[in-house]
Design a protein around this ligand. Sequence first.
Ligand SMILES: Nc1ncnc2c1ncn2[C@@H]1O[C@H](COP(=O)(O)OP(=O)(O)OP(=O)(O)O)[C@@H](O)[C@H]1O
Ligand SMILES: [Mg+2]
Length: 361
Amino acid sequence: MGIVLKNISYQYKDQWQEEKQYAIRDASFLLEKGEYAALIGHSGSGKSTLLQHLNGLLQPMTGEYYFDGENVFDGKFALQKLRQKVALCFQYPEYQLFEETVLKDITFGPKNLGFDQKTCEEKARKAMELVGISSKLENASPFALSGGQKRRVALAGILAMEPEYLILDEPVAGLDGKGKENLFSLLRYLNEEKKITILLVSHDMDDVAANARRVLVMNHGQLVMDDTTENVFAREKELKAMGLDIPQALQFYNNLRSRGYFKSISETTQEDDAATVDAVQITEKHFGKTVSGGEKQAGAVVNEKRPMETVQAERSEKHTGAVVNEKKTVETVQIERSGKVPLTVEALAARILEENQCFGK
Ligand SMILES: Nc1ncnc2c1ncn2[C@@H]1O[C@H](COP(=O)(O)OP(=O)(O)OP(=O)(O)O)[C@@H](O)[C@H]1O
Ligand SMILES: [Mg+2]
């Protein structure tokens, strides 16, 4: 069931007079339990506005929001319940720390939910352990901590409420390399082990590609793409037109390929048939069903204008026993989203090595 937004639109008050200026326009999507998705888009495209709808901070002017099948804005739904289940972590959450001690700050959320002191402290200590804040810091002032530690304390305050959905707006902004990696591995752990659903806003396409299994793209208030990470980043031209980049590792891979360093499966001819089958087998091993070389992997939609690719897709389809549909079913997309993240630097390096062994010059 999860989070369902149906055709929501939102205008800020001072935008009322300008009919065209919607911060969000007719956005619909479904976020299911267990997903790890990213929301990307140019500055001012409406990402933060959309996130604030998800825990009920903003109410859409038109459209509906269903949480686990219940209409959030029907006047009967308890927003408090929603805020416990859907936690929103703003950019620079440490600015919201305000208590005298770390422990008091982290217990603030559970206290608000009505838990007794002992339970609040238990929840707080569990959350501190999760984010790697030593118990020695319990009585320290949050303001005496480093930036990275403050960020973790703020996140612990959110996790102490044991949310099912964690919505993060630019969570690694301002962190150093190590702090960033720590935070991303925590998010991976929360998603994979604790089954917390994650929706992440980021301007860093490398971070998105290495972590999210699904990517939503906003452009001028509209949701314009919603697909697997691999399929979204295969649409480089459209992304560039919206002022967005693709991950650097993928750019490197595409550059090598366009300079003929190795051939992609779609560029091979009948004579290369045997080699192609090998490549399909190899890439399938790493990335699942292959449609067109490195360009579109893992269940990509086959483009009718490219017959050679279609032939290759059919071949790989037979090989895997999977069905390549022109239109993806919801089921297919869900299976894809549950797969491994395909665009890490390591995965692309493996792809380069293996394709080069097949077609090497
Ligand atoms: N409080 C506000 N009052 C009026 N307009 C606002 C307000 N907050 C945002 N906006 C406008 O709404 C639109 C969407 O803003 P939003 O902050 O959601 O974008 P964003 O995608 O999060 O951008 P960024 O990547 O820079 O954080 C922008 O045109 C912005 O100027
Ligand atoms: Mg924003």
